[in-house]
Design a protein around this ligand. Structure first.
Ligand SMILES: NC(=O)c1ccc[n+]([C@@H]2O[C@H](COP(=O)([O-])OP(=O)(O)OC[C@H]3O[C@@H](n4cnc5c(N)ncnc54)[C@H](OP(=O)(O)O)[C@@H]3O)[C@@H](O)[C@H]2O)c1
Length: 251
């Protein structure tokens, strides 16, 4: 069984790689050229490691072409980022960069692997979204909108792909202990220690829920409650709460 994992150098993607390797999966890991990529090679000597910056259209096309021609049984789109700048002060290039990794790369890799999965009548995709994608949280940040796209895109593909024997799931974690916030310079010092999830837990719950044919996975009971609030409460209440809970941007 072959799994292709993006974002495997760190955090949730890395946790997926560890969990899948322990379960005997062969791994195709995509990572940007860096010292973290070298560490990834050392940690997974059996894996095929593909250096690629997913924001670069020609690198993304190469990875997509490799994915389309490989017998990928599981695709995990975990690479992603947030920005720590209000929209009007954020350079357009950074906003487009966010969309290229959080949205375009997810779309391109799903597009690459699905035809072969459908013709084989088997295969699975986990797209790492976020709990923030359930509502207009973090006023002035485009990150939640990118994750709303991932959740709705994954749900739409899931409904279409299931009769073809293929599972697609949006994974929507809350605060998870990774390099994610520090990389963007987001101060999470005021976030209660009790709400943090471990990336290993997130990956294990995701794989369990995937095996149960879930379309959307929200790990942890606190975040299940929060997701229910975000999905079902009146918009005026949600907007009021969102205005009160201003940045930190992220999550
Ligand atoms: N942590 C949270 O609280 C949280 C909550 C909800 C959702 N998420 C989502 O979870 C996913 C994984 O994030 P994480 O928390 O594990 O953060 P992380 O530790 O910062 O990992 C992010 C991964 O994405 C990769 N990446 C970023 N830009 C890339 C690019 N241009 N090309 C290729 N790879 C790139 C990074 O690779 P490099 O080594 O090259 O930087 C790294 O492996 C993201 O989609 C994020 O939105 C996170």
């Amino acid at each position: 069984m072959l799994a292709l994992v993006t974002g495997a150098t760190s955090g949730i993607g890395h946790a997926f790689a560890v969990e899948l390797a322990a379960r005997g999966w062969d791994l195709l890991l995509v990572a940007r050229p860096s010292s973290r990529l070298d560490a990834l090679r050392a940690a997974f000597p059996e894996a095929v490691v593909v250096p690629a910056d997913l924001s670069d259209p020609s690198s993304l096309a190469s990875v997509a072409s490799l994915a389309a021609s490989s017998p990928v049984d599981l695709l995990v789109n975990a690479a992603g980022l947030t920005l720590n700048t209000v929209f009007t002060r954020s350079p357009l290039s950074r906003e487009l960069y966010l969309l290229s990794v959080n949205v375009t790369a997810v779309l391109a890799l799903c597009h690459a692997v699905l035809p072969s999965m459908v013709s084989r009548g088997s295969g699975s995709i986990i797209n790492v979204s976020s709990i923030t994608g359930f509502a207009s949280t973090l006023p002035g940040s485009t990150y939640p909108a990118s994750k709303a796209w991932v959740t709705h895109f994954s749900t739409s593909l899931a409904l279409w792909a299931r009769p073809h024997g293929v599972s697609v799931m949006a994974l929507c974690p809350g605060y998870t202990q990774t390099a994610f916030h520090a990389s963007a310079g987001v101060d999470v010092g005021r976030v209660s220690p009790s709400v943090w999830l471990s990336p290993a837990y997130v990956a294990r719950v995701a794989l369990r829920d995937l095996s149960r044919d879930a379309v959307v996975c929200v790990p942890g009971w606190r975040y299940k409650l929060a997701a229910a609030f975000m999905r079902h409460s009146p918009r005026w209440l949600l907007h009021h709460v969102s205005r009160l809970v201003q940045p930190p941007h992220g999550t």
